[in-house]
Write a protein that binds this ligand. Structure first.
Ligand code: GDP
Ligand code: ZN
Length: 458
């Protein structure tokens, strides 16, 4: 079926002031030309920009002043003819523009349809298409960088390389089986086979390792603020967010609404949760015991444990310390503007390897130090942000895990002296699973489902 021409509002990332109506398909230029007063768009060179006016054909009135970019396929994102109409007006003007374009015969694009076309026309592979999706959703600069890298095909290249290795192995084995008399081809020994598979195995493992960090970058470090009532948890959240979205009150335990905030602390994305959950962590230890609260708190990537400088350490404080032992914790001694009643030596002793920061949140003191401590905590690990190229996508992670499983089956088979052509089945299966990541041999319904998650106009 010949593709029709689609249109949607598409605002470029990071450029709020300009709105774009984008067209893609065989009629793109003609449709735009039917509305355009200026040069004849159908006779201009590809990849050129033209100033002119959009005329409403029903009234012959000037609707907008625009810049129109004409790009002929296949050197475009979708590989089809693409026209972008840039207008500086607000939402109303861009909506009007879209209406006119639809009136001229374009069809409203489904969410993700531009990217879907790019994929179907072989312009990008599936993991790149998914990266476009991640990019749109990215909440922090770093998450955006990861998506950008995936978009430029780094994951695809690595996966392709691993598949190639597997394919060569399989082919080698096949030659050995089919042409046993063929002396030029070295016999693929069990030893060689196991070395090859082991290598691919460790590469996949590495990808999965990085996936966890990718998740952090994309979703933010899950950060829990815990402490007794009234020590300043909500104040801390507010200080970090620098907007008064969480309710701060004098009455203990009045933060009721579930509030999730994303903050970017010196390049580290945090997902802060100040919820009933925090109130839970106020009495969580008493309620469910140290061991079980540990399990709950373990789900956090970072814990900010708040203490009150103006009060002696209580039994509750000590239980909290026990509950967070061994986890990533920063201890915050707040209210240093008030008399010191807390035993700081004792705190340091309880904190052992954890950082201790003192703050007077009410006077906005100590926040810099805290932010530095958060950044250090994150970067001190072997987390190399420059290397965070790869996986941050749930579907990819699942496929990688399955690949790992079938490779491990293959390796077991080899070790147990299974016939090599049986082992090969698992290796081939791994090759297929990896192929699904980049969209080789994926089912059409999956494609539809993936692209339907996109925003409109992408
Ligand atoms: P939460 O119950 O742990 O969330 O504590 P809040 O953030 O709601 O703070 C409880 C009370 O302590 C509020 O009245 C805050 O204004 C106050 N507070 C917070 N930080 C400080 C501080 O550094 N110094 C003083 N004096 N009061 C503070
Ligand atoms: Zn609170």
């Amino acid at each position: 079926m010949e593709a029709d021409t689609i249109a949607a509002i598409s605002t470029p990332i990071g450029e709020g002031a300009i709105a774009i109506v984008r067209l893609s398909g065989p009629e793109a230029t003609e449709i735009a030309n039917g509305l355009f007063q200026g040069v004849s768009l159908t006779s201009v060179d590809s990849h050129t920009i033209h100033y002119g006016k959009i005329i409403d054909p029903s009234t012959n009135e000037v609707a907008e002043e625009v810049m129109v970019t004409v790009m002929k396929g296949p050197r475009t994102f979708t590989r089809e003819d693409v026209v972008e109409i840039n207008c500086h007006g607000g939402l109303a003007s861009v909506n009007r523009l879209l209406e006119l374009v639809l009136y001229q015969g374009a069809r409203m694009a489904e969410p993700g349809e531009f990217t879907k076309r790019a994929f179907l026309n072989g312009r990008i592979d599936l993991s790149q298409a998914e990266a476009v999706m991640d990019l749109i959703r990215a909440k922090t600069d770093k998450a955006m960088n990861v998506a950008l890298k995936q978009m430029d095909g780094r994951l695809s290249n690595l996966i392709a390389r691993l598949r190639q290795e597997l394919l060569e192995t399989v082919a080698h084995v096949e030659v050995n089986i089919d042409y046993p008399e063929y002396d030029d081809v070295e016999e693929m020994s069990h030893q060689m086979l196991i070395e090859k598979t082991r290598h691919v195995y460790s590469e996949i493992e590495r990808l999965l390792e990085m996936a966890k960090q990718g998740k952090i970058l994309r979703e933010g470090l899950a950060t829990a603020i815990i402490g007794r009532p009234n020590v300043g948890k909500s104040s801390l959240l507010n200080a970090l967010v620098q907007e008064n979205k969480a309710i701060v009150t004098d009455i203990p335990g009045t933060t009721r609404d579930v509030i999730e905030e994303y903050v970017n602390i010196r390049g580290v994305p945090l997902r802060l949760v100040d919820t009933a959950g925090i109130r839970e962590t106020e009495d969580i230890v008493e309620r469910i015991g140290v061991e079980r609260s540990r399990q709950v708190l373990k789900e956090s990537d970072l814990i900010l444990l708040v203490l009150n400088n103006n009060s002696e350490l209580t039994e509750e404080d000590i239980l909290l310390f026990q509950a967070v032992e061994g986890l990533e914790v920063i201890v915050i001694v707040n209210k240093t503007d008030l008399d010191q009643k807390i035993d700081l030596d004792k705190v340091k002793q309880l904190a052992e390897n954890q950082k201790v920061i003192t703050t007077a949140l009410i006077e906005e003191k100590g926040i810099d130090e805290l932010e530095q401590a958060i950044a250090d905590t994150f970067f001190e690990g072997e987390l190399d942000v420059g290397d965070l190229t790869y996986v941050s996508n749930v579907r990819h992670i699942q496929l990688l895990k399955q690949s790992l499983q079938s490779l491990s089956d293959a390796m077991h088979g080899i070790e147990e002296g299974m016939p090599i052509d049986l082992v090969q089945i698992d290796v081939t299966r791994t090759w297929e699973l990896l192929g699904e990541i980049i969209g080789d041999a994926v089912h059409e319904s999956l494609i539809d489902q993936l692209f339907s998650q996109f925003c409109l106009g992408k």
